[in-house]
Design a protein around this ligand. Structure first.
Ligand code: CA
Length: 227
């Protein structure tokens, strides 16, 4: 049974959602505010998160950013009350996967949640362990091996690899990497991305000067070539 985390401060809405998801075979975790939501996400590792934008104190955007920074990779659907908020979600690229504008139909929301879960189960299983060339990555245990010897990667390098591999065979602009790895608030320069890419190549590529996996796409960004 999939576990869903609902973060919504309006009681009636929260109750309605809880009933609907329980009725559809979900294990439901519910929070009235962002802080509780973050705690529940950390303690129970839900499979998917529904996050209201307008929450007291820590709003949904901040919760979303924090979750992504902590490496939570599960789908996040934002609930927004107004169309402007939707622009904000998309514009900031805070790491949400989808948004639903209130009022919405429960059926529509359920359908979207199920679609995201189907996609993410494929992604998540392949991302817990990932192999390329003579490199083996265990994202769950934060361990990396090259030629069966363990190598040290920083948590940022793990996050960066996760982003690259999640979007493998796609061109990923530096700004997107910055947002997904470092988060929107702590905005380092795109040189930071370049430096981390160089380090990763040193550690993982057979010939860092002629990378086979972590590729530069000139003028556009980076691309991970893999299965
Ligand atoms: Ca609200």
């Amino acid at each position: 049974m999939p576990t869903i985390l609902l973060v919504e401060d309006e009681e009636a809405m929260l109750k309605g959602l809880r009933d609907a998801f329980e009725h559809n075979g979900f294990i439901v975790l519910a929070a009235n505010d962002g802080e509780t939501g973050l705690q529940l996400a950390e303690d129970h590792e839900p499979d998917i998160i529904i996050l209201d934008v307008m929450l007291p104190r820590t709003d949904g955007f901040d919760v979303c950013r924090t979750l992504r920074k902590r490496g939570v990779a599960v789908p996040i659907l934002m609930l927004t009350a107004r169309a402007e908020e939707v622009d904000k979600v998309v514009g900031l690229e805070i790491g949400a996967d989808d948004y639903v504008t209130k009022p919405f139909s429960t059926r529509e929301l359920l359908a979207r949640v199920k679609a995201h879960l189907r996609r993410s189960t494929e992604k998540v299983t392949s991302l817990e362990q990932y192999e390329f060339g003579n490199v083996k990555l265990d994202f769950a245990a934060f361990k990396a091996f090259k030629n069966k010897k363990q190598i040290d990667l920083t948590s940022t390098e793990f996050s960066l690899l996760q982003v690259l591999i999640k979007h493998r065979n796609e061109v990923i602009p530096r700004e997107k990497i910055l947002n997904e790895v470092w988060g929107y608030e702590a905005y380092p320069s795109s040189r930071t991305v370049d430096n981390h890419i160089l380090n990763l190549r040193q550690k993982l590529e057979d010939d860092p000067q002629k990378p086979e996996y972590i590729l530069t796409v000139h003028g556009l960004g980076y691309k991970f070539a893999g299965r």
